[in-house]
Design a protein around this ligand. Sequence first.
Ligand code: GRF
Length: 214
Amino acid sequence: MSARLAVLISGTGRNLAAILDACAGGELPAQPVLVLSNRPQAAGLALARARGVPVQVLDHQDFSSREAFDAELARRLAAAQPDVVALAGFMRILTPGFIDQFSGRLLNIHPSLLPRHRGLNTHQRVLDAGESWHGASVHFVTQELDAGAVIKQGRIAVQAGDTAESLAERVLHSVELKLFPEVLSWAAAGRLHLANGQAILDGAPLLQPLIGDY
Ligand code: GRF
């Protein structure tokens, strides 16, 4: 019985498409049971529908508070009984109560080499800092933003003439679309867990993130 996978999105859904393709191709041993967006106009919703994946919209603007939104989100998500939940460009900061309910099952992709550049505008910040390396990280979601145990990172070299846009595209296509399905496949196969704040892969704690050069 393959793992049940839910994916939360807010936007274009390029990570979502790569994840769903990996499920369909068998590289990711999971059955996508729900794609949920907090934005009704997210293009990723059409990608999911086209692949026959159950879709829900939960517009955060319909809720008076972050807690009220997260309570309904938790209810919808729990009903899908996911083994793994992928945050694929899900642009919401989640409340501690929600994170506790799904802790260990929540994986996020963040477009930087964590712990550098938590938060937004990572590509411009890499350029402003004159850094030579950039990339993306897949990490467990914990209560501190973008600070959960990092499982694997993919790196690219910053090139002369790079802009925030060119970096974002290269990080997405060269790293994210390969990295996230790979790490999710470990979680779906029951090889990846979170214990006492540490990522455990095949029974061994990851004392530092795995690094992939793409
Ligand atoms: C990606 O760059 C991801 O790193 C960030 O948001 C973007 C989502 O893009 N969290 P998409 O919705 O997967 O196309």
